[in-house]
Design a protein around this ligand. Sequence first.
Ligand SMILES: *Cc1c(COP(=O)(O)O)cnc(C)c1O
Length: 348
Amino acid sequence: MTKTFNINNIVRESVKTLKPYSSARDEYVSDGSTMIFLDANENPFENGVNRYPDPYQRSLKAVLAEQKGVSESNMLLGNGSDEVLDLIYRAFCEPNQDNIITLPPTYGMYKVLAGINAVENREVLLTSDFEPDVPAILSAVDENTKLIFICSPNNPTGNSFKKEYVEKLLESFSGLVVIDEAYIDFSEQESWLSSLNNYPNLIVTQTLSKAYGLAGIRLGICCASEEIIAILNKIKPPYNVNQLTQQKALQRVLNEDAVQQEVVQILEERANLKQALQELDFVEQLYPSNANFVLAKVDDADKRYQQLLNQHVVVRNRSTQPLCENTLRFTVGTPTENKALIAILKKL
Ligand SMILES: *Cc1c(COP(=O)(O)O)cnc(C)c1O
């Protein structure tokens, strides 16, 4: 398969010709002088959030870009990864015409977003060892296939995909490969961010919802070529990341050590949890995890789920997902929560 990648061949016509909304804060860039702002019809009385937020989140993006080793022009921030993923659909997929490929069992939002955007979702199951079936994926591709979603580490299976499989897709597919790295901070595998310059068709998404402990503020990260980021910037809502989120996120990412210490604890607890699960006779298989959760195959997932619920522990029953019959997904909690969970599991 020979590949020619040209961003102009895959962006929607309506997006190509779109003239984006220009907000008051787009035009003016601060030079540090004290100014009187009478340009955006805001209430002038200060309360901390009476002004519109920076549409490009420059302060936050500067820190994130440096920490992640990418340039700011290769980064877009959104209202959670969910918004970022939706923007990708809207920029590149023509409703009722284009299709995308997802690899179940995987994150449910790709399918939901395909539905919302009236884009056909072609599902190519992972192999029995939860790896992408590269030949099957490539044969599902046609001229209307715009996106392939790769979730690595994958939710709900927990594994990272083999590098060579992902590389093969990046090299063979002439649409965009979206690698969702929501769990990358828990993984021993290197982020695909370091390969951005090698692949013009690569999009990497990350989030502050998992390792950074900020699910409540909604902050998603998208990294790709300048061309791709420029297209997404054109269609994003001007003030998509609110002021409180920008402030809280900045505080947190500047405190890298605290984040790292929590990740280390979560990884220790993941090891404890795996050990404990392994010793239970109703656990039939434990899958390797590069994330902050563990997927376990049990004797009867519905029964065990209900028993845990009766003990006031909520886990995720993933049994309805293909290749996941009788599986439960356990998120790693605090040491105290983990101890309580393990005590309860031993008594079931
Ligand atoms: C949790 C999760 C996300 C996070 O989404 P946000 O909208 O950023 O909270 C993204 N992708 C996967 C696979 C996830 O499991």
